[in-house]
Structures are given as structure tokens and as C-alpha cells.
Design a protein around this ligand. Structure first.
Ligand code: CP
Length: 311
């Protein structure tokens, strides 16, 4: 594969290969010397048109641990504010040499445009495009689940909340389906997207109905910045019906894990008690994000051709 634009780009064996490689990368991250020489001489450009904490920093850490040169571009403070287009921004960065371009953009489809239009010679990695997809988040979520639950085939994953605006939900639904898991999306009717009936998932309006069988529960951030206030229930009403509190957490099977991609609205979709509880793997998701992004960069840019995996 040359690019990673959608979770649907990955067949089951390819997704498993990323997760297996990430396992090796996690082992390397735990060593006293965390660096590999694999991407020495290669340049990774982080192209961020939308705010990010976890994804931007973890891609930067991942590229540096593989010894790549890293250029991080944030639209804020750049010539984008003077009206420079995605095309001209991309061509400018390409002129400096980019072996991989990690792009986050507020417009759904921007990474596909970048990859398809020939504005870069590098591998394009979608780091979140509008409300569309966030494939490396889905990979780090699957990696985290696999570490706790084993093979994901037949496992039940409940994804709760603002599915309408969630690129995380879409990428997770696609990847988890590929890996054989059953996904239930739980949301108020106004926060489910048109066409969700074509996704490989079940849907429900009632969180309480899907707690007992869940192996993992993933709470989504309520994205109020993307919402028209008129179709959002009150925060109190939302938390009462769709928030994960300790009473609901206690109804999960003993082995079940609680996830959130971040950033969290504590007190809205998840209480602080649950977020900080022993069932929560939210901080671990961030740690795993670095290993998964190392694996993606290694496989796309490192030219891994051997069966042995990373040197
Ligand atoms: N999960 C996630 O994408 O977080 P950031 O927006 O902080 O990158």
C-alpha cells in the first residue's frame, strides 16, 4: 500500500500486520534506547490544518523514534491565513522533500485529494479529515482492544455518542468489522448519520440495553463545535441518557474496558470517576498511538520487505 486514507484500505491480514508490527514497536519503546535507524534520511511532514494534541504529537514522536526528519506545519500562523490553498501549501512542502505527509484537515476528503492530485510524491496518511475518517485512531483502538481482549473476532464493541460528527466512529466501525468484531453504535437519533444503515454495525438509541454484553465501550466526544445548538439535547439530558457513569460501568462484564479517543468532555459523555478508573484504558490508548503510528510509518515509508520485521 502507498497511502493510508481510510480504515477500509486495510484487508484483515494487512490490519493484522500493522498491529503485529506495532507490538514490536511497543517493545522498542520500552527499551532504554528507544530509537530505530529505519527512516534515517527520510522526511515526514505533519500537515495540520485543524487542532490536535494526541495525533500530532504522537506522529512526531513516532517519526523521531524511527530517526526520520520531521517537519510540523500548523495552519495557524502559516500563509493559510493569507488564503494559500491546500495545493500550494502541499507543493511548497513537497519542494522541501516529503517521503510521508500526515494530514489533518477540516474538510472530509482532503487527504484523498492530496494523494490523488499528485501534489506530493510521499505516502499520504489521513490523520483525521472532517467528519469522515481517522484510520490511525481506529488502528490504535484495535491494538489496545487486542492487548486486553485477545483476538477481536466475535468481540462486542459498543461505540456511544456523537456518531454523526465522529470520524473515529466510522473508521472504528470499518476496521472492527474487518477484524471480525461486532459493533453496536448507541446514539440519540439526531446524532446518527444519514446512511448509517449501510455501515457494518447495529444501532441502538438506548445505552442501557448494550452494556451487559460489551467487551469494550468507546465513548465519543460530543463535538459541540460542529453542532447547531438546535438539535443538541441539554448537557444534563445527554449525560443522563448517554453518559457513562459508575452505575453504568458496574453493569459491564468484569473484563470489559472503557475507551475514549480524547479529548474528553469530563462530566458530559463520561464522568471523571469512570475516566480515571481501573477499567479505563484512555491513557494507554495514547501510549499505543505512538507504537501504531511507528508501525504505519515503517510499513508505508520504511520499505519493509523482509519477514523479520523492524531491525
Ligand atoms: N484522538 C485524537 O485525534 O485526538 P487529537 O484531536 O488531540 O489529535
Amino acid at each position: 500500500k502507498r497511502h493510508l486514507l481510510s480504515a477500509a484500505d486495510l484487508a484483515r491480514d494487512e490490519a493484522s500486520r500493522v498491529l503485529d508490527t506495532a507490538e514490536e514497536m511497543l517493545g522498542i519503546a520500552e527499551r532504554p534506547i528507544k530509537k530505530l535507524p529505519t527512516l534515517r534520511g527520510r522526511t515526514v511532514v505533519n500537515l495540520f490544518f485543524e487542532d490536535s494534541t494526541r495525533t500530532r504529537i504522537s506522529f512526531e514522536a513516532a517519526a523521531k523514534r524511527l530517526s526520520a526528519d520531521v517537519i510540523t506545519f500548523s495552519a495557524k500562523g502559516s500563509s493559510v491565513s493569507k488564503g494559500e490553498s491546500l495545493k500550494d501549501t502541499a507543493l511548497t512542502l513537497q519542494a522541501m522533500g516529503a517521503d510521508a505527509v500526515v494530514i489533518r484537515h477540516h474538510s472530509s476528503g482532503a487527504p484523498h485529494r492530496l494523494a490523488g492530485a499528485g501534489w506530493t510524491n510521499g505516502a499520504v496518511i489521513n490523520a483525521g479529515d472532517g467528519t469522515h475518517e481517522h484510520p490511525t485512531q481506529a488502528l490504535l483502538d484495535a491494538f489496545t482492544m487486542r492487548r486486553h481482549l485477545g483476538d477481536l473476532a466475535g468481540k462486542n464493541v459498543t461505540i456511544v455518542g456523537d456518531v454523526l460528527h465522529s470520524r473515529v466512529a466510522r473508521s472504528n466501525a470499518l476496521l472492527l468489522h474487518t477484524l471480525g468484531a461486532h459493533v453496536t453504535l448507541v446514539a440519540p437519533p439526531t446524532l446518527l448519520p444519514v446512511g448509517v444503515e449501510h455501515w457494518p454495525v447495529e444501532t441502538s438509541y438506548r445505552l442501557d440495553d448494550s452494556l451487559e454484553k460489551a467487551d469494550a465501550v468507546m465513548m465519543l466526544r460530543v463535538q459541540r463545535e460542529r453542532m447547531n445548538a438546535s438539535y443538541f439535547p441539554s448537557a444534563r439530558e445527554y449525560s443522563r441518557r448517554y453518559g457513562l457513569d459508575t452505575a453504568r460501568m458496574d453493569r459491564l462484564p468484569e473484563h470489559a474496558i472503557v475507551m475514549h479517543p480524547g479529548p474528553m468532555n469530563r462530566g458530559m459523555e463520561i464522568t471523571a470517576d469512570v475516566a480515571d478508573s481501573g477499567r479505563s484504558v484512555i491513557v494507554e490508548q495514547v501510549t499505543n498511538g505512538v507504537a501504531v503510528r511507528m508501525a504505519v510509518l515503517y510499513l508505508l515509508v520504511g520499505g519493509a520487505t523482509t519477514e523479520e520485521g523492524p531491525a
